[in-house]
Design a protein around this ligand. Structure first.
Ligand code: UD1
Ligand code: UDP
Length: 364
């Protein structure tokens, strides 16, 4: 049997690496399809290198566009590649447009699918990702959940429990694997940053797409930079808008290109505080015990609040929350981590997939 992994955007690569490795160890034949949703070297190639992902068997080069144009290009490209390779299972990750398109294509072609990171819900359909999550979960044949709250969301939406497996978090597997090489010193030295610093990453459309939202966010972020020097590896989505709103290099702000996986997590590991609107970064700071302020009205990852160091803040509340977080200091990662965030999610997923593929072949 053949398994294809459809990957398109930065967080997909991080989630897939442990699954690909573990399936490889079980001898399963597999290939990666890169949709090309992310294409800059610092948004894509660097992750293949840092995470040891194999070369894709196809790169569709769909690039950027409106939701309709990007999704349309993804559908056309993925249909061709799925027909050509005739996989027995297609594995999709997270909640990006590449995930949604792959699930739709496979559902229409009658190709079976697995969704890694199923059941997360922000209950905010204004987020494009929430729409992608709901559709993806409703069409998947196998659903791999990273946290227990996901199970009740899926049950409430009528997904049969037999399809769902609580396996832990493969993004945390990648973090575990990288841990020995996470050293802040070289990246801090390369950036000429001070020893004590905070890191900010911001790219949610609700924060960076409109000049009004960007202005409110930037003024809050600049206030934080008056408390502690701030390093901002900038996602291409927010680059122009946030710069126009005043997020530029200054005495206490350093705006840099997106960082590779190991460099970024090294920087986070050494940070006194992280300010973010990323999904994955909420989880990684939970694991590393670094205080995290998430500038969003909601999160699909509530375990990062109940078990981790994460707090939701509005831009207006960010400066005061930063002051408090800096005063409180780091918390030690403890036995309180979410269940199964233990570095072994990839092997669990691989075992389920491989058993499922065997069962499939035996059935008439
Ligand atoms: C996508 C995901 C989002 C995820 C994020 C991870 C969707 C709907 N959104 O958002 O859930 O959190 O990836 O980083 O799938 N761009 C470049 N170079 C690139 C890629 C993008 O310059 O390599 C710029 C383009 O101007 C593009 C914009 O970023 O229009 C947005 O890219 P897109 O992939 O559409 O969405 P993201 O905001 O990256
Ligand atoms: N990340 C990175 N370099 C950066 C910013 C983020 O390597 O400059 C990593 C981060 O550690 C995490 C993943 O990218 O593993 C998260 O991606 P992103 O925040 O773009 O997407 P989201 O999780 O919000 O969907």
């Amino acid at each position: 049997p053949l398994v294809l992994h459809v990957l398109g955007a930065r967080p997909n690569f991080v989630k897939a690496a442990p699954v690909v490795r573990a399936l490889g160890e079980l001898g399963v034949r597999q290939g990666i399809v890169h949709t090309g949703q992310h294409y800059d070297a610092l948004m894509s190639d660097v992750f293949f290198a840092d995470l040891g992902l194999p070369e894709p068997v196809a790169n569709l080069g769909v690039g950027s566009g409106t939701h309709a144009k990007q999704t349309a290009a993804l559908l056309v490209g993925l249909e061709e590649v799925v027909l050509e390779h005739a996989p027995d299972l297609v594995v999709v990750y997270g909640d990006v447009n590449s995930t949604l398109a792959a699930i739709l294509v496979c559902a229409k072609l009658g190709v079976r699918t697995a969704h890694v990171e199923a059941g997360l819900r922000s209950f905010d359909r204004g987020m494009p990702e929430e729409v992608n999550r709901i559709v993806t979960d409703s069409l998947s044949d196998l659903l791999f959940a990273t946290s227990p709250d996901a199970l009740s969301h899926l049950a409430a939406e009528g997904v049969p429990a037999a399809k769902v497996h609580l396996v832990g978090n493969p993004m945390i597997d990648s973090l575990f694997a990288a841990l020995p090489s996470l050293d802040p010193a070289p990246v801090v030295a390369r950036l000429g940053a001070p020893e004590r610093y905070a890191v900010a990453t911001l790219h949610r459309p609700a924060n960076v797409d409109s000049p009004e939202a960007a202005a409110e966010l930037v003024s809050a972020v600049l206030e934080v930079s008056r408390q502690i020097p701030l390093i901002v590896p900038i996602h291409p989505r927010g680059r122009t808008r946030l710069a126009e709103a005043g997020l530029v290099d200054g005495p206490s702000v350093q705006v840099v290109d997106p960082l590779g996986y190991v460099d970024f997590l090294s920087l986070v590991r050494g940070a006194a505080l992280v300010v973010t609107d990323s999904g994955g970064v909420q989880e990684e700071t939970t694991m590393l015990g670094v205080p995290c302020l998430t500038v969003r009205p909601n999160t699909e990852r509530p375990v990062t609040i109940t078990h981790g160091t994460n707090r939701l803040v509005t831009p207006a509340l960010l400066p005061a929350a930063a002051e408090k977080a800096l005063a409180d200091g780091a918390s030690t990662p403890s036995g309180e981590l979410p269940p199964l965030w233990d570095g072994a999610a990839g092997p669990r997923i691989a075992r389920v997939i491989s058993a499922w593929l065997r069962g499939d072949n035996l059935s008439p």
